[in-house]
Write a protein that binds this ligand. Structure first.
Ligand code: HEC
Length: 153
């Protein structure tokens, strides 16, 4: 199957707003966990989105893609340290309370995402276009699955 058609099956862009919203309340919480984890997810997008564009447009360039994957590799583990206790859910966070009331499932989703991300980075390093496309799709699926349960729109 062609990379582009494979991706078209399941791949819309991850729904996001990258614009720093105006008029948001100041983050006065010690350590600013909401500010940091939102920034960490935006940093993930900075490499993840252009890789998706490349694959969807059938413009896979192994070297450029591998560079972006290295960037992704430095970003995908960052948000998780900023999920503190349930008191770190405050405006403008879109985190759902289930992260803390169903912590075991959140942990499972996180681990599945981390595993998929590692497999993806390895495929990009191996410069194997078919494996790369499938692994990208698998990571994308993890983003969506977690957001569906644990993130408000
Ligand atoms: C294990 C769960 C989980 C996974 C996996 C996950 N996210 Fe998220 N994501 C969240 C939660 C929860 C929030 C809300 C954080 C907040 O507002 O406090 C979020 C927020 C975001 C945001 C919004 C940041 C902002 O500015 O408010 C973006 C963008 C995002 N995620 C992208 C991604 C992408 C891309 C992936 C996959 C590569 C991904 N996420 C994987 C749980 C997850």
């Amino acid at each position: 199957m062609q990379v582009s058609s494979l991706l078209r099956l399941g791949l819309g862009a991850v729904a996001v707003c990258l614009v720093a919203a105006c008029g948001e309340p100041a983050d006065n919480f010690p350590g600013q966990p909401v500010t940091h984890r939102r920034q960490a997810f935006r940093d993930i997008m900075k490499s993840f989105e252009p890789m998706g564009v490349m694959l969807r447009q059938d413009g896979y360039q192994a070297e450029r893609f591998a560079e972006l994957a290295e960037k992704y590799n430095t970003a995908f583990e960052t948000p998780w340290a900023y999920f503190g206790g349930p008191d770190t859910r405050y405006p403008p966070s879109t985190a759902r309370a289930e992260i803390w009331t169903d912590a075991a499932q959140f942990e499972q989703r996180k681990q599945a995402f981390l595993a998929a991300s590692r497999t993806f980075v390895e495929a990009a390093r191996a410069r194997d276009d078919t494996r790369v496309a499938q692994a990208y799709l698998a990571v994308h699926e993890q983003c969506e699955q977690c957001h569906k349960t644990f993130k408000d729109k």
